[in-house]
Design a protein around this ligand. Structure first.
Ligand code: HEM
Length: 411
């Protein structure tokens, strides 16, 4: 993933509809500017931003359109985040930021880890680990939901997917935070530190890789990569890039959906009561919570040729931010979109996993982990009460929470 260091704005005039500003996410005030954009300029040219000029695509239809035409809207040309690579940044090729045909081969290599039959195979283990974590939590005492539940569950899952040494698993969280955090990448003084940490990550995984070369295949992602044609010949940076993709892709996103389960239902107690009364609503509620949170606010595309999108003339080389966060609040598709409605009929149509050839390969696994968490909470008749406003990530990419003071009670 490209680092997210901003470029200086062309001039100092701030654009109120520049939705890349980190404070909008830190303060949870992104809803208003996006509402304006959807109503007035669904494909909007922002000339001045910390990331240079870009098009903001904020409604459902043009996002689906752009993602359906990957030859015109490239993931490879400029990467998948709004920031361009800067001098001295680490270049890490990863298949989320590749176009066809290379993307196809690499995606096919890891897709077998996420088939429905793999999900069935993993369910027992996910349930056992979720049970252990829930049973270790205090009832009626304050703790941090993000750290004790969301991070722990998702990190354990990744450790299993990579067959990663169990006692070192929090390293996965640590690396993921360094790789995906816009605030850290913003800070020129911490750039070198970040590079060192990502190299430590690469070195650790290289050893893990070496320990599996020449051995029989096992059902973990590293072994799958070793035994595939498309990925076995990757150079070091491509290896690191794809690992970071899986670590960040599988970690921050699912983590923030689990936190949204707690925070979102705290905002809509009537919906929480409905869910508590009927656990049969959990599968739809999972979709609705993912829609409402949208853990990755945007993906970027770069136009490979001149084209028209919603009547706007896009030039070859222009960059576009596809705001899933906003499309999932598009009232023409999701009435009362700002509300969690656990019985929402079309919750599944959300774009939080993207659309088209890059649609999230780990979606089923994410849904499974969140469902099991909600089912096990329901079995124990446990409710999370969030005690104060959570601390949020100040970034326009990972949309989530850093800390969430919570307390469990029984109903
Ligand atoms: C791709 C979201 C969980 C691995 C994506 C994309 C999004 C996304 C928006 C890009 C789609 C596009 O460009 O069109 C999410 C969300 C998750 C989640 C919201 C949880 C709620 C996971 C998990 C894994 C994972 C658990 C793996 C362990 C990936 C990978 C890609 C991807 C490898 C690249 C797919 C490709 O380029 O073909 N995800 N993700 N994600 N995700 Fe996820």
């Amino acid at each position: 993933m490209a680092t997210l260091a901003p470029q200086p704005a062309a001039n100092s005039a701030a654009d109120p509809y520049d939705v890349t500003r980190p404070e909008l996410y830190r303060d949870d005030t992104w809803q208003e500017p996006f509402r304006w954009l959807r109503a007035n300029a669904p494909v909007y040219r922002c000339e001045n931003s910390a990331f240079g000029p870009y098009w903001s695509v904020s409604t459902y239809k043009p996002i689906v359109h752009a993602e359906s035409l990957p030859e015109i809207f490239s993931s490879e040309m400029g990467g998948i985040v709004i920031a361009d690579l800067q001098e001295g940044d680490i270049k890490m090729p990863m298949f989320i930021a590749m176009d066809r045909p290379k993307h196809t081969g690499q995606r096919r290599t890891i897709a077998p880890a996420f088939t429905p039959s793999e999900m069935v195979r993993m369910t027992g283990d996910i349930r056992r680990r979720t049970t252990e974590i829930l049973d270790s939590l205090p009832v009626g005492e304050e703790f941090d939901w993000v750290d004790r539940v969301s991070i722990e569950l998702t990190t354990q899952m990744l450790a299993i997917l990579f067959d990663f040494p169990w006692e070192d698993r929090r390293l996965l969280t640590y690396w993921s935070d360094w790789a995906g955090d816009i605030e850290i990448a913003h800070n020129p003084e911490r750039k070198e530190e970040r590079r060192q940490i990502l190299f430590q990550c690469a070195a650790y995984f290289t050893n893990l890789w070496k320990s599996k070369v020449g051995k029989d295949p096992t059902p973990d992602l590293i072994s799958m990569m070793i035994h595939s044609d498309a990925m076995s010949e990757m150079d070091d940076m491509e290896f690191l890039g794809n690992l970071i993709l899986l670590i960040v892709g599988g970690n921050d996103t699912t983590r923030n959906s689990m936190s949204a389960f707690a925070w979102g239902l705290e905002q809509f107690p009537d919906q929480r009561a409905k869910l508590e009364a009927d656990p049969g609503l959990i599968p739809n509620a999972v979709q609705e919570i993912i829609r409402w949170q949208t853990p990755l606010a945007h993906m970027r595309r770069t136009a490979t040729e001149d084209t028209i999108l919603e009547g706007q003339e896009i030039k070859a080389g222009d960059k576009l931010a596809l705001w899933y966060l906003s499309a999932n609040r598009d009232e023409s598709v999701f009435p009362d979109a700002d509300k969690i409605i656990i019985e929402r009929e079309n919750a599944r149509r959300h774009l939080a996993f993207g659309h088209g050839i890059h649609r999230c390969v780990g979606a089923r696994l994410a849904e499974l982990q969140i469902s099991v968490l909600m089912e096990e909470m329901a079995k124990r008749r446990l409710r999370v009460n969030v005690l104060r406003e959570p601390d949020r990530v100040a970034a326009c990419f990972v949309h989530g929470y850093r800390k969430m003071p919570a307390e469990l009670s029984r109903y």
